[in-house]
Write a protein that binds this ligand. Structure first.
Ligand code: C2E
Ligand code: CA
Ligand code: CA
Length: 536
């Protein structure tokens, strides 16, 4: 668990903020998704229409060719004998959407299923000829049928079908859609068409593609080109931009409510899971129960002899992932959750287990335990520490409790507890002295045995910093009160020498040793027992 997990704000605020953020962020995503869904849906419809139109065009052409080969008109008597006209009428009936079947001889309509279409006038010369010999006329106006055009005429070996593209293809796509068939090789000829198709849309497909989707950069219309089986004829289907925009608007009508639902779902999820994941209190209690809290010991040295005479016990938390959390995080939380007593109880259990080994090497070894403000209001603290002292059979002054000025300031009824502690042979040290308020008034109110000079004053001592002389004042104060002074946070030999010369009895700091595990402290004491000086 990361350290910041301990400093979580209220679940409701987190849930509401995350819910709002999720709702706001999901809206643009939903909009893009909805737009692309509409567009791909439109392309799917166009593709389906192009496929169907392509199939119909190819069926029509195949049928025309098959019938032309079967009829073999060039071998029949010219003009419009009765059996030819009959064949044409059958052909027309068999081709839905074709107004007429014709015979084209010498470039003019010589026979027709509808006799009125027979004409001496030649057909226009701008037809398109496919490789298989099929000829195509588009935008064809027949003088006899002037009011009904334009037509497309598809002819193979004199047999021709007159086609009305709108009727032939438009049924595949409703409304504004347009379909065109054109030849991909030059000259491009728009053959069958319905709707409005600008000439620029009638392009070939890139090599290797059988279908291509595109959006017209000028109009925004959706275009789909599909190559027919013959590999030459292209089916184009298009959808107007206005139609697509309207579909997007319709699809987007409920997006805000969807985004709102996502936001609410996030809120609910966070509210459901937050307490389980963020209950720092439960995690702290679980860690205490499971023995994840352990002690390290920082040596306390007698400046006169240079010997380690005791240690301060400092708590650490080893987490499941192996990471170590320092007390700066969890001690404050324990105070906030009013479970500092449990931390001290744990510290006492560990000391009861580990102290005998230390006492074996050094019988008069002293141990210091830190207490929180709330523990000064209950006699359970006295009972717990008195029991520890008795269990370990410690002499008076071997068990020291450290209280900060700050905790004395907030604790109510601290005096009876402190008196009881001392009455039980437990020494009291004022920790971090000089950093709290009204220091002197506390000194006068509470009986104590050791004054621990805070490390800020220790590191400033002897320098020209404005707080430089404060350490010396504290030393003098301790002398006048007849209590021991202890310099905390001594990091250099110069600092140690400075306080020794001032008559300070005790010191602690990285210069003598950082907080260390029991085994390391035991090594140090054993070495000291052999050589007379600590082996740090
Ligand atoms: P503290 O009682 O003032 O403990 C001394 C702190 O100063 C320790 O930090 C120690 O590692 C650090 N320190 C020691 N020597 C030096 C030095 O030469 N230079 C510097 N810069 N720092 C030094 P730590 O272990 O992180 O403890 C922080 C505080 O947490 C302690 O301050 C104490 O108030 C509290 N604490 C630790 N363990 C317990 C505990 O079991 N119960 C309670 N109630 N509080 C605890
Ligand atoms: Ca302390
Ligand atoms: Ca301190």
């Amino acid at each position: 668990m990361p350290l910041h997990a301990f400093k979580r704000p209220l679940p409701l605020i987190v849930a509401a903020t995350c819910g709002l953020a999720a709702g706001l962020l999901s809206y643009p995503v939903l909009r893009i998704q909805s737009q692309s869904r509409v567009i791909s849906n439109e392309y799917a419809q166009l593709s389906q229409a192009a496929r169907a139109a392509s199939q119909l065009a190819s069926d029509t052409q195949q049928a025309l060719k098959a019938r032309a080969l079967a009829l073999d008109l060039p071998a029949q008597p010219p003009g419009c004998p009765a059996q030819v006209q009959q064949q044409l009428q059958q052909m027309q009936l068999a081709t839905p959407g074709a107004p007429a079947a014709l015979r084209v001889e010498d470039g003019r309509i010589s026979c027709a299923s509808l006799p009125v279409l027979v004409s001496q006038d030649p057909l226009p010369a701008d037809y398109y000829q496919r490789a298989d010999g099929t000829r195509l006329w588009h935008q064809l106006q027949l003088p006899a049928e002037a009011s009904h055009g334009p037509y497309t005429l598809l002819e193979f070996q004199q047999l021709a079908l007159l086609l009305k593209p709108e009727e032939h293809f438009a049924r595949f796509l409703g409304g504004d859609a347009a379909v065109a068939i054109y030849e991909s090789r030059p000259p491009y000829g728009a053959a069958l068409r319905s709707g409005q198709i600008p000439q620029r849309w009638l392009q070939g497909l890139p090599d290797g593609l059988t279908e291509q989707q595109q959006q017209d950069p000028q109009t925004g219309d959706l275009l789909l080109r599909r190559l027919s089986g013959s590999g030459q004829t292209i089916l184009l289907a298009s959808r107007q931009a206005s139609h697509v925009q309207a579909a997007i608007r319709t699809a987007g009508r409920y997006l805000w409510s969807q985004a709102l639902l996502i936001g609410l779902a996030c809120m609910v999820l966070i509210l459901v899971f937050y307490p389980r994941q963020s209950s720092s209190r439960r995690e702290l209690e679980r860690a205490l129960r499971r023995g994840q809290m352990f002690l390290v010991y920082q040596p306390i040295v007698d400046l006169g002899s240079g010997r380690c005479i005791g240690a301060e016990a400092l708590m650490r938390w080893r987490q499941n992932d192996g990471g170590i959390v320092g007390p700066d995080v969890f001690i404050a939380l324990a105070e906030q959750f009013q479970i500092s007593e449990k931390v001290t109880a744990r510290a006492c259990r560990i000391i009861a287990r580990e102290m005998p080994a230390l006492l074996q090497v050094q019988a008069d070894f002293r141990i210091g335990i830190n207490l929180a403000a709330q523990e000064l209001s209950t006699h359970r603290t006295v009972q717990r520490l008195a029991a520890l002292r008795q269990q370990l059979q410690l002499a008076p002054s071997q068990l020291v409790v450290e209280l900060t000025e700050g905790s004395l300031a907030i604790a109510e009824q601290a005096l009876p507890v402190i008196n009881q502690l001392r009455a039980n042979g437990i020494s009291v040290a004022i920790d971090d002295f000089g950093t709290g308020y009204c220091s002197l008034s506390y000194l006068a109110t509470y009986p104590f045995d050791i004054l621990k000079i805070d490390k800020t004053f220790v590191s400033a001592a002897g320098t020209d910093a404005i707080i430089g002389p404060i350490a010396e004042h504290i030393v003098n104060l301790s002398k006048s009160m007849g209590v021991d002074a202890l310099a905390e946070g001594v990091e250099t030999a110069e600092q140690a020498e400075h306080f020794r010369r001032q008559g300070v009895a005790l010191a602690q700091g990285y210069h003598f040793g950082a907080p260390m595990p029991l085994a390391q402290l035991l090594d140090l004491l054993r070495k000291q027992a052999q050589t007379g000086t600590p082996g740090a």
